[in-house]
Structures are given as C-alpha cells and as structure tokens.
Design a protein around this ligand. Structure first.
Ligand SMILES: CC[C@@H](C(=O)O)C(=O)SCCNC(=O)CCNC(=O)[C@H](O)C(C)(C)COP(=O)(O)OP(=O)(O)OC[C@H]1O[C@@H](n2cnc3c(N)ncnc32)[C@H](O)[C@@H]1OP(=O)(O)O
Length: 252
C-alpha cells in the first residue's frame, strides 16, 4: 500500500514530500503528521539538499487542512493542545530548515493547508484551485502556528485582515498579496522548469540565502509565537461553534 506521505530524493539536490490522500483532498491525518516528523529529521541531517518541495497528490487539492475526522471529537483544551502541537512542531521545523522550501500548491487549500504552505519559504499555486484561511468560519483560529508564519509572508495588515475575513481567494488574489511567487499550470514533476532557478545554484549559496532569511525574520521569537497560537486554538477547539462547524461539513 502506498504511504500517505511520499518522500523522494534526487541526485540534483531536490527532495519532495507529497501528501498522498487525494480522496480526502490531502487532509493531514495523524499518520501524515508522524511521517512528516520522520522525514524532516532525515532532511535536517542531509547536507546535500538544495530544495524541498511540498505538494499534494492529484489536481484537486494541495491540502484541505487537518483531517477533521482524525482531529475532531469533544476534546478538552489540554487534549486539543496535545493533538495540535505535533503539527505545529513540524511547521516550525519546515520553516527553519537550512535550505529553501517551496509549496507546490497543485490545487485548493484550506485551513491548515494554508498554514503548511506558509511554513515554506516560497509558494507556487495552481490557477485551478482556491485558497483560504477559513479557520474563522470553523469557530477556531490557526491551530498549527500558521498565523505567525503568515505575518512573515505577507504584509502584517493583510495577514490580520485575511484571518478575520476567513474568505476563499483566487490565485490572482494570492499573487496580488504577495503570498505566492508564481502561478503554475500543472501537477508537480521533478524536472519542472520552475525549479531551475533553485537547482542551478550551489548548496552553499542556497543555504547562505536561507540563513539570511531566517535572521531577517527574527526566527528565535517564532517558536514562542507559534506555541501561543496552539494554546489559543486549543481553547477554541472545545467551543460549540467549532463542533457545530465540523458537523456541518460532514453532514453536507
Ligand atoms: C486541524 C488544524 C486546523 C487549522 O489549524 O486550520 C484545520 O486545518 S481545520 C480544517 C480546515 N479545513 C477545512 O475546513 C476544509 C474542508 N474541506 C473542504 O472545504 C473541501 O473538501 C475542499 C478542500 C474545498 C475540496 O472540495 P471538494 O473537491 O468538493 O471535495 P469534498 O468536500 O467533496 O471532499 C472530498 C472528500 O474529502 C473529505 N475531506 C475534505 N476535506 C477534509 C478534511 N479537512 N478532513 C477530513 N476529510 C476531508 C470529504 O469528507 C470527502 O470525503 P468522502 O465523503 O469520504 O468522499
């Protein structure tokens, strides 16, 4: 049986993680979280990686966020914290990898899927998808630390607005906000032309630019901000508004 998260590594310094649950729109289950943690350890210990691409299988979705079946239930705040924390740690580790990272958003993204994309240094997104930090409509706030990351990706005024608005956006709107750097027209392939700008550079160059980027973004502060988000979202997790929103989604 194929893994729910596929890991591939190529001679030219490219590494690829593909969420492989297209029938669930690449929702992040507990198993996906645990595989992310495992593969990121491998990536952290490999000095030859130039670029990590994170993508989703199929054309419909990059990632629909946390698996609402796996993550749902009548949880108390401390139980919700235990549930959310491991993926926050994964996002922090992705954000602080010593080489560039790219979310190849092959289709729509929602909630935690947008948080995952925000953990990457760059985002290329498909014109066929639509995208939203929709947590506000689910009675919660960003639960994996993706709000703090969003503040480092687009103008803070816009980040604050997007979270309250909780709206679904077109690729054009993402581009105008500077959230994505390129519009893409196909699923991910390892020889994609769009990767040349990364893979034509040396490991040392790419890692020195990444180090500059991390210094610029006060990375030492990030872990505290992200943890605070998990704690806040955990309290909202037990609210009636959240439970009703999830039930609404599954009764569609
Ligand atoms: C936990 C962290 C938290 C955070 O920090 O933000 C979250 O991420 S909360 C989750 C937020 N995500 C959502 O609310 C998205 C829910 N999904 C959708 O809105 C839509 O599925 C879609 C992504 C816009 C795609 O729409 P469409 O192509 O029409 O597919 P379907 O809706 O018919 O779904 C197909 C299939 O997939 C299952 N599915 C989709 N998303 C999830 C999910 N997040 N968790 C679990 N399952 C999901 C859906 O139930 C369908 O399954 P079947 O009925 O078995 O076919």
């Amino acid at each position: 049986m194929e893994q729910v998260l596929k890991y591939e590594r190529y001679e030219n310094g490219l590494a690829v993680l593909t969420i492989n649950r297209p029938n669930k729109r690449n929702a992040i289950s507990k198993e996906v979280v645990s595989l992310f943690a495992q593969y990121i350890t491998e990536l952290e210990n490999n000095d030859n990686i130039k670029l990590l691409v994170i993508t989703g299988e199929g054309q419909q979705a990059f990632c629909s966020g946390g698996d609402l079946k796996d993550f749902h239930g009548h949880l108390k705040a401390d139980e919700a914290y235990e549930l959310l924390k491991p993926m926050q740690e994964v996002l922090y580790r992705i954000a602080t990898l010593p080489f560039p990272t790219l979310a190849w958003m092959n289709g729509s993204a929602r909630g935690g899927g947008m948080e995952l994309a925000s953990a990457c240094d760059f985002r290329f997104a498909s014109e066929n998808g639509n995208y939203g930090f929709v947590q506000g409509n689910l009675g919660i706030a960003t639960g994996w630390g993706g709000g703090s990351l969003l503040y480092r990706r687009i103008h803070p005024q816009q980040a604050h607005y997007w979270q309250i608005e909780s709206a679904i956006k077109s690729v054009k709107e993402l581009e105008e906000a500077g959230f994505i750097q390129k519009v893409i027209h196909q699923e991910f392939v390892p020889h994609a032309e769009e990767l040349t700008m990364f893979l034509s550079k040396s490991v040392e160059q790419l890692r020195s630019w990444k180090a500059q980027w991390l210094r610029h973004h006060s990375i030492e502060q990030l872990i505290f901000e992200m943890d605070e988000e998990v704690a806040t979202c955990s309290k909202l997790w037990e609210s009636e508004a959240h439970i009703e929103a999830v039930n609404r989604f599954f009764s569609k």
